[in-house]
Write a protein that binds this ligand. Structure first.
Ligand SMILES: Nc1ncnc2c1ncn2[C@@H]1O[C@H](COP(=O)(O)OP(=O)(O)OP(=O)(O)O)[C@@H](O)[C@H]1O
Length: 472
């Protein structure tokens, strides 16, 4: 939140209670050392600071492992059958019962849980790579013994791609990896309508949906002069995201462009490109949910063709220089490359990068998330299926209330100065007029292999819940 915009008006009664006022202290109503609300994921703690033997020199601050911090949270907190959080479970590694000192500190039950430890070579290569990207992490103790590799919570697919690329160079003898299929190759789009099962949408139907007869010229459709203050704000495994102010009168909102390469034969960011059918459910879902409070608001979807415009390439480069990109340089696309472009309203920063000003603000943000999901579920049997905090955007608002319409009933929630938006429907599922749109995840093995955070256990738990239903 921007503190300069007078956000202190949102300070709430909970926060006042946390002020160390003497009379309440004396009455024992408050404790002096209460930790103020802070949107840390309490199931895990970034343990880069607590890895024993990891000196500041050898341990880049951004290289961290996400793992239950037992010193802080208590040893039994996650000791439950439903969610056995592991330090590492990635395909291609040898299972070993080897233990080392740092491991004992961090994970009291690794033998039972079957910690999988990569070889020194594997981890060295991986470590070098992850130091550059800051997105996936490894840790070693003082004697350079390997203690584990985990994926950071959030955008797991990108982290996994990077990890996989590194693995391939190190483990090219591994049969499992040789037979690995890319996500898109395995994942089918399904549009289920009663007994009809359709897997394909034609190019012409797709263009029609975009109100086009054929793809537009990328350079002309998104030329530099139509856009002000353009910059790259994010990236996903499937594309790049740019923010800009439209250079036209009457346009109040900043927009973002999510640009996804499609139908091409070259791999991008370690993934096969999606085809029209594979991207179809995401488009339909985005359009349908757009009118519901709390979901991404879409202006337009279009298909464009051609080389990546130079002004976007420059912005891509700037982002890469400043923040480091995990994606491939967009200069790799040729004249015949097709892209689907989603034009969405700018909806703020993702929750992992926002610090709530007070406890009430986080409480009402949670209420907004719950109500958004409730309305989506009621109206379209919507399931997000990838709702980590990187997919929840938060923007400040001057509105006092946020209104939801649940089953024809108006529900009004205090905003406390924040407006939430749920994004990224790549794995989502929706039913419209008895037709169900989703990508079949049942063959997407990678989705169910990662670990290191509760987020990854959830994918497996979700699959277990649905084990008798295929596809899902
Ligand atoms: N409407 C929006 N407003 C502001 N930022 C956005 C918006 N949509 C996307 N972003 C930013 O772009 C990033 C990538 O977007 P998104 O998650 O939709 O991409 P993706 O390619 O589907 O990602 P994934 O790798 O999870 O499949 C988000 O994390 C967010 O930072």
């Amino acid at each position: 939140m921007d503190k300069s915009s007078g956000d202190e008006i949102w300070e709430d009664s909970f926060d006042k209670l946390l002020d160390p006022r003497p009379q309440q202290s004396n009455l024992n109503i408050i404790k002096k050392n209460v930790r103020l609300s802070y949107n840390i994921d309490t199931s895990v703690e970034n343990s880069s600071h607590s890895i024993k033997g990891c000196s500041p020199k050898s341990c880049n601050r951004s290289v961290s492992i996400s793992t239950p911090n037992y010193n802080h949270l208590g040893k039994d907190l996650f000791n439950c059958g439903l969610s056995p959080i592991n330090r590492l479970q990635l395909d291609g590694f040898e299972d070993t019962t080897e233990k080392c000192n740092a491991d004992k500190d961090a994970e009291p039950n690794t033998k039972k849980r079957g910690l999988i430890v990569p070889s020194k070579n594997q981890i060295d290569t991986f470590s070098k790579f992850s130091n550059q990207t800051n997105k996936v992490a490894c840790a070693s103790n003082q004697s350079n013994k390997i203690v584990g590799v985990v994926l950071k919570p959030g955008k797991w697919r990108k982290s996994l791609n990077i990890f996989r690329q590194t693995q391939i160079s190190v483990l090219n003898e591994s049969k499992k990896l040789e037979s690995r299929n890319s996500v898109c190759q395995d994942r089918k789009s399904i549009f289920l309508n009663g007994l009809n099962k359709q897997n394909v949408i034609s190019q012409q139907d797709f263009y029609k949906y975009c109100n086009q007869g054929k793809p537009l010229k990328f350079n002309a459709a998104y030329s530099q002069y139509k856009m002000l203050k353009t910059h790259k704000i994010g990236e996903g495994a499937y594309g790049e995201v740019f923010r800009y102010t439209p250079n036209r009168k009457g346009c109040k909102n900043d927009l973002v462009l999510k640009i996804i390469p499609i139908e091409g034969s070259i791999e991008v960011n370690g993934e096969k490109q999606k085809n029209f059918s594979q991207i179809w459910p995401e488009i339909i879902i985005t359009k349908k949910l757009s009118s519901i409070q709390g979901f991404a608001n879409i202006e337009k979807v279009s298909t464009v063709k051609g080389k990546y415009p130079q002004h976007f390439v420059k912005l891509w480069k700037r982002y890469d220089d400043e923040k480091g990109s995990e994606n491939d340089h967009p200069g790799l696309f040729g004249e015949n490359q097709l892209f689907v472009v989603l034009e969405l309203h700018f909806a703020g920063s993702d929750m992992s990068n926002v610090i709530f000003l007070n406890s009430e603000q986080s409480f009402y943000a949670l209420q907004q998330i719950i109500l958004t999901l409730a309305v989506g579920e009621e109206d379209y049997q919507f399931e997000h299926r990838d709702l980590h905090w990187g997919n929840i955007l938060i923007k400040s608002t001057t509105k006092k209330h946020i209104c939801f319409k649940f089953n024809n009933t108006d529900l009004i929630v205090d905003s406390k100065g924040v407006n939430i938006t749920i994004i990224d429907y790549t794995l989502s599922r929706i039913t419209i007029d008895e037709c169900c749109y989703f990508n079949d995840l049942s063959n997407d093995e990678e989705l169910f292999q990662a670990s290191g955070d509760y987020q990854f256990d959830i994918y497996r738990m979700m699959r277990n819940e649905l084990k008798f239903e295929r596809p899902f």
